[in-house]
Ligand binder design. Structure first.
Ligand SMILES: [Zn+2]
Length: 339
């Protein structure tokens, strides 16, 4: 016979910040994890073990052997069978706590589905790897007054911040525009499991704190470097009355106006019309050489990797040959150039 819920959650209930009343709130909460990679898979496991009522997992990617070093929940079998991450995660999560309703969705979060898929939950956890989706989450959060927890990690370093739109600055108040130029990515620069787990653990604690009632909520940006051990908190500041999102309530990402346009080009290729990010092709070439064969001149850079052929232009545009799936093309760009 399975022991009751009381035994299962006793250590969490004993913690004074949660207690019986807090545990009831946790068990009544519906959360959404967007992106189930290193951050998201840790968040999902911790939330399911904590006994949240319902968990929706949104991820379109498949488990790969290079994920196993840091992505909780996934097994060698999942990588061998290329199981969608949302499905592999939900199978494992149901073994960990059958009381939790887990809803896997194998899809990208986009302007056209974000409100339907994530707008009804109580809180969103950021497990994504790109700014475009984070600005989309932030638009949704401000529009619906729905809190979300930002998190990101690369190398040994990570950052996390809770966003509660009615109680502090939104993400766009703090980071008004996405970074320009070539950005570090986990695929190009590597990442430690201890960094992603530390950030995801902070995100989960912030989420639980908001669910049980965070009375003295303060918008702090937390950073940690697990290699040096340096951890810092800095104030995220006050709301910017001129902020395009929470000040002027312009939801450009949710309306789809700020999304990098993509078009099908040729029989089996996708073009990304990214022109807000000029690329230094020589710099990009030295980054991409470990991935495959690179040919570069002043007009274009060609990269051949298994299954795909990519061409990058100095103005930031790219053509991905080998697919008609715009999600794959966007994902390759984010992994190789940054986002
Ligand atoms: Zn704002």
């Amino acid at each position: 016979m399975l022991p009751g819920k009381n035994d299962r959650y006793s250590r969490q209930v004993l913690f004074s910040g949660i207690g019986e009343a807090g545990q009831q709130r946790i068990q009544g909460a519906a959360l959404c994890v967007v992106g189930c990679g290193a951050l998201g898979s840790f968040q999902a496991e911790a939330l399911v073990r904590a006994g949240i009522g319902r968990l929706r997992i949104i991820d379109r990617d498949y488990v790969d052997y290079s994920n196993l070093q840091r992505q909780f929940l996934y097994s060698e079998d999942d990588a061998r069978d290329e199981v969608p991450k949302a499905i592999a995660a939900s199978r494992r999560l149901r073994q960990l706590n059958h009381h939790v309703e887990v809803e896997p969705l194998v899809t990208d979060l986009t302007p056209s589905n974000a409100e339907e898929l994530a707008g009804e939950c109580d809180l969103i956890l950021d497990g994504t790897d790109n700014f475009e989706t984070r600005y989309l989450l932030n638009d949704l959060s401000v529009k619906r007054n729905l809190p979300w927890i930002y998190g990101a990690a690369i190398g040994s370093y990570g950052i996390a911040m809770p966003v509660a739109p009615d109680r502090g600055p939104c993400f766009a108040c703090v980071f008004p525009e996405p970074p320009k130029g070539l950005q570090p990515t986990c695929d190009a620069n590597g990442v430690l499991a201890s960094a992603t787990a530390s950030i995801a653990a902070l995100q989960v604690a912030m989420a639980l704190r908001l669910i049980v009632g965070w009375l003295d909520f303060e918008s702090l940006i937390h950073t940690i470097d697990v290699w040096s051990g340096a951890a810092k908190q800095v104030s995220a500041g006050a709301r910017d009355p001129e902020c395009r999102v929470c000040g002027r309530r312009e939801f450009a990402y949710l309306d789809g106006r700020r999304r990098v346009p993509v078009s099908l080009c040729g029989r089996n290729a996708v073009q990304l019309h990214e022109t807000a990010r000029p690329l230094d092709l020589q710099q990009l070439a030295s980054r991409l050489r470990p991935f495959g064969e690179v040919r570069v001149n002043e007009f274009a850079l060609r990269l051949a990797v298994p299954k795909y052929d990519l061409t990058f232009f100095p103005d930031g545009r790219a053509i991905v040959k080998g697919t008609t799936d715009v999600g794959i093309a966007r994902s390759l760009y984010a992994k190789l150039v940054g986002s």
